[in-house]
Design a protein around this ligand. Structure first.
Ligand code: THU
Length: 128
């Protein structure tokens, strides 16, 4: 699966975003170690802090289907800036990489994307 394939799946997932408050749809496509892909979108809530990001939607879907090892995630957002994962999503990703790492692809409007390693974006995750 190419980066572009995964990014296209993230873009498709953004179509289901529930965003009556921010009007900012986000989609995510999460590739697991076994090659399976789980998608997600942001799901907002009137109690704004109860909003769930696209990345965490995809991660929770994957874990609830028995996947715990992730290799790559594509994040689609049509903003002026690259759509970077928020701090909570980085921490949740770190839960499932252990001593490993994963790749994070972030888009911005026009389809350009950048690639990071989780270890770059969250060098010192909390670990219990
Ligand atoms: N959002 C995501 O889904 N993922 C991110 O990485 C950043 C922010 C969502 C949350 C909210 O629904 C909207 O974008 C604006 O903050």
């Amino acid at each position: 699966m190419t980066d572009r394939d995964l990014l296209n799946m993230a873009r498709e997932a953004a179509q289901n975003a529930y965003v009556p408050y921010s009007h900012f749809p986000v989609g995510a496509a999460l590739e697991c170690a076994d090659g399976s892909v789980f998608t997600g979108c942001n799901v907002e809530n009137g109690a704004l802090g109860s909003t769930i990001c696209a990345e965490r939607t995809a991660i929770v879907k994957a874990v609830s289907e028995g996947r715990r090892k992730f290799v790559r995630i594509a994040i689609y957002g049509e903003g002026e800036n690259y759509c970077m994962p928020c701090g909570s999503c980085r921490q949740v990703m770190s839960e499932f990489v252990g001593q490993g790492d994963m790749e994070i692809l972030c888009t911005r409007s026009g389809g350009r994307y950048v690639s990071y390693r989780l270890s770059q974006l969250l060098p010192h995750p909390f670990e219990l």
